[in-house]
Design a protein around this ligand. Structure first.
Ligand SMILES: *[C@@H]1O[C@H](CO)[C@@H](O)[C@H](O)[C@H]1NC(C)=O
Ligand SMILES: *[C@@H]1O[C@H](CO)[C@@H](O)[C@H](O)[C@H]1NC(C)=O
Ligand SMILES: *[C@@H]1O[C@H](CO)[C@@H](O)[C@H](O)[C@H]1NC(C)=O
Ligand SMILES: *[C@@H]1O[C@H](CO)[C@@H](O)[C@H](O)[C@H]1NC(C)=O
Ligand SMILES: *[C@@H]1O[C@H](CO)[C@@H](O)[C@H](O)[C@H]1NC(C)=O
Ligand SMILES: *[C@@H]1O[C@H](CO)[C@@H](O)[C@H](O)[C@H]1NC(C)=O
Ligand SMILES: *[C@@H]1O[C@H](CO)[C@@H](O)[C@H](O)[C@H]1NC(C)=O
Ligand SMILES: *[C@@H]1O[C@H](CO)[C@@H](O)[C@H](O)[C@H]1NC(C)=O
Ligand SMILES: *[C@@H]1O[C@H](CO)[C@@H](O)[C@H](O)[C@H]1NC(C)=O
Length: 442
């Protein structure tokens, strides 16, 4: 092989320089918080989880739907987007490559956010309705409260936070007032990645969704402690499991070859009151060629959804385990398929005293327990329903763990080491996700 010419040496050192500067595209102010937080409120009518992003100059608090596996922050730019600090991402810039953009476009009306020449575009995914469109990539100022783990603290600012500009029509299906979605997925422009890069903290974030539509839960960016009243550190006793990458995108629209930005875990079996349910285990692993199968976690699905054969096996075993406790089924109440009378059902700290569902992970000793508070939905005074839905016979993902099953559980995603830490229900520790003290100590 010929020795490298001075020219290729020069270009490789330029490339090195570029690589060194890439992670710093989200320039931040001098204040270096160790962790940040957002509050999250459950919307009563759509059951979506809403947060607010403080963006633009002058600052606007933008309501957005939290999308755990979402690729980026996208907001409606066609109505009311005014900001003196908005900058479109120029085609072929480092921002465009961070966003894996493969398009470049011009716009033939008056320039404004979402309409600029020589700007790269990204796919905008409304994961609630599974509708996609494209929009301009750009950046603007985002500010967010820091935290010491116990209370909110000083506001930290990211001057060039990358996001996508959407048209108003794509908001359809989102909670009333929502102007976009906040993606926490596995990409280089999702919220956790940009915040970690801006403030040089570990690529770790945690979600703690509240079951209340009045008292908010919390999302933390950065490592713990995550302290809830009365002084419970929810990061202290986590159980860890491996996070898997689905090599085939699960987005509504995508470029071939892109991996999914969603978080998959390796459920290997399901036990109900310690009895294993017989399942077709090939559905539980991801087919790495087609991207079908496996188990993912979603904040966009209000309830857990299972492929038909899994749903049938789980609900039959559940009804049997309930009967063994003298709990009787009653007529189904839509959207649920299995409901019970509350007669003979006791109450515990972790919800109704009903059969426990364990999602068994890499070994018999690593499992996620779902107790009454996360399995039973109260539909009337004396009727409760199993909060699991039938996902049909060939869904893309075999098990989608939904919001109801995540509430009052702390889930910590460590992107650098690809692992998920989960607390199981905090109700067992006599606290809840709504018990974070939002009184600022700034
Ligand atoms: C939640 O965050 C929004 C936007 O930052 C803020 O206006 C609101 O007061 C916060 N709510 C609580 C309970 O802290
Ligand atoms: C745009 O902003 C104005 C003034 O703040 C407000 O009255 C109007 O409702 C907003 N329109 C939309 C579509 O958000
Ligand atoms: C883009 O360039 C074209 C051709 O030069 C021009 O007509 C158009 O107004 C420009 N659009 C914007 C948004 O600046
Ligand atoms: C955060 O600050 C408050 C007020 O100074 C203090 O009471 C609390 O112990 C601190 N929390 C942590 C985890 O350091
Ligand atoms: C198990 O699932 C796989 C993948 O969908 C399917 O090909 C196979 O036929 C199923 N096996 C049984 C016994 O149903
Ligand atoms: C993955 O799906 C393809 C296409 O359906 C099939 O040929 C292949 O056998 C599957 N792989 C596994 C490991 O099931
Ligand atoms: C897909 O790839 C993952 C990670 O390499 C592996 O653990 C899993 O077994 C593969 N799935 C199948 C069906 O082979
Ligand atoms: C269920 O009811 C039967 C008959 O009333 C009773 O003998 C049995 O002890 C009950 N079992 C449980 C688990 O409560
Ligand atoms: C919440 O935090 C504030 C500020 O540290 C403190 O004064 C207040 O007592 C805390 N509230 C509770 C219920 O502990």
């Amino acid at each position: 092989m010929a020795p490298p010419s001075p020219r290729s040496l020069l270009s490789s050192s330029l490339l090195l320089l570029l690589l060194v500067f890439l992670p710093n595209t989200a320039h931040s102010s001098s204040f270096r918080p160790k962790a940040l937080l957002l509050n999250v409120t459950k919307d009563a009518s759509t059951l979506q989880y809403l947060t607010h992003i403080n963006q633009r100059t002058p600052r606007v608090s933008v309501p957005v739907v939290v999308d755990l596996g979402g690729q980026d922050l996208w907001v409606d730019c066609s109505q009311n987007y005014t900001s003196s600090t908005y900058r479109p991402a120029r085609c072929h810039s480092s921002q465009c490559s961070l966003a894996k953009s493969s398009s470049c476009s011009d716009c033939y009306s008056a320039p404004k956010p979402g309409c600029n020449n020589n700007t790269c575009g990204v796919i905008i995914d409304n994961t609630v309705t599974r509708t996609a469109t494209t929009g301009d990539l750009g950046d603007d100022v985002v500010s967010i409260q820091s935290t010491n783990g116990s209370n909110p603290g000083r506001v930290a600012t990211v001057n060039h936070f990358l996001f996508a500009c959407a048209s108003t029509f794509i908001l359809e299906g989102l909670a009333n007032g929502a102007k976009g979605m906040a993606g926490l997925g596995r990409t280089r422009i999702s919220l956790p990645t940009q915040f970690a890069a801006a403030f040089s903290f570990h690529k770790i974030f945690a979600i703690c969704l509240s079951s209340s539509t009045t008292y908010p839960g919390v999302i933390f960016f950065g490592d713990g402690p995550y302290k809830f009243l009365l002084n419970v550190d929810a990061s202290a006793n986590l159980i860890y499991t491996k996070l898997y990458v689905n090599p085939v995108s699960t987005a509504s629209a995508y470029t071939a070859g892109h991996a999914s930005s969603e978080y998959f875990i390796g459920v290997t079996s399901i036990e109900i009151d310690d009895e294993a349910v017989s399942l077709n285990t090939s559905l539980l692993s991801i087919n790495n060629t087609t991207g079908y199968g496996g188990t993912k976690i979603s904040t966009v699905n209000p309830y857990t959804v299972m492929e038909t054969s899994i749903y049938k096996a789980v609900t039959e075993a559940y009804i049997e385990a309930a009967a063994a406790r003298n709990i009787t089924t009653v007529g189904a109440v839509s959207p649920f398929g299995v409901c019970f009378s509350t007669a003979n059902v006791g109450s515990t700290r972790v919800g109704y005293a009903v059969p426990t569902i364990d999602l068994v992970l890499e070994s018999e000793s690593v499992y996620w327990s779902i107790f009454g508070a996360n399995s039973m939905v109260q539909v009337s005074n004396d009727v409760i329903c199993l909060g699991f839905l039938d996902g049909g016979s060939e869904p893309r993902t075999s098990i989608v763990i939904g919001g109801y099953q995540l509430e009052n559980n702390l889930l910590q995603f460590d992107l650098a080491s690809s692992k998920l830490g989960f607390s199981s229900t905090l109700l067992g520790s006599q606290t809840t996700c709504a018990d974070f003290n939002f009184t600022s100590i700034a």
